[in-house]
Design a protein around this ligand. Structure first.
Ligand code: ZN
Length: 175
């Protein structure tokens, strides 16, 4: 499968000089472009489709960029779940807060698979949710409740941040 190189801001396509951060899949690269985390700087054509081969981050990544890359775990807490999810409800997409303008938007943490049914408190089973959605979902899975997740919950140990974005690393850096 084709791999896309991701460079820090400052990549020079003329000379190919830049800071290579990691490589990723075409699919993930397209997601980064859509999220405006990175811009395509070199492309190729594969099976009549234009696909990126080199991306450049839209903002410069500083030294403290790797939040672990699988080597260090990020402190787990309900607050950290909200921060990972940018204080946004995983079901309706509204902003949540500990001091919301209305009760419905109170920040709660939802177990995707309910705790009462064996769901654990882990990065991948918890998402930020507004009180209204959490109450509506109750003791059901998202499928049962007909409330699809808008996000793919992940362990921040496998991510880095660019500006306000936590960008998941599907391919870990080789150390
Ligand atoms: Zn909601």
């Amino acid at each position: 499968m084709a791999q896309v190189k991701v460079y820090n801001l400052g990549y020079d396509p003329e000379t190919g000089v830049g800071e290579l951060l990691h490589t990723t899949t075409v699919r993930h690269a397209l997601g980064m472009i859509r999220r405006e985390v990175a811009d395509p700087v070199e492309m190729t054509i594969i099976e009549d489709r234009i696909v990126p081969t080199v991306l450049e981050l839209t903002r410069e990544l500083s030294g403290a960029w790797v939040e672990g890359a699988g080597r260090r775990s990020v402190g787990f807490s309900y607050r950290a779940v909200h921060e990972r999810d940018h204080w946004t409800c995983a079901y309706c997409g509204r902003s949540v807060s500990k001091t919301p303008p209305c009760e419905a938007l109170l920040a709660t943490v939802d177990h995707i698979l309910p705790a009462s049914r064996g769901g654990c408190s882990s990065w991948t089973n918890l998402v930020s949710a507004c009180k209204e959605c959490n109450n509506r979902k109750a003791d059901r899975t998202p499928e049962e409740a007909g409330m699809p997740l808008r996000v793919d919950p992940y362990d921040p140990a496998c991510s880095y941040r660019v500006g306000g974005f936590a960008e998941r690393l599907p391919v870990l850096l080789s150390s």
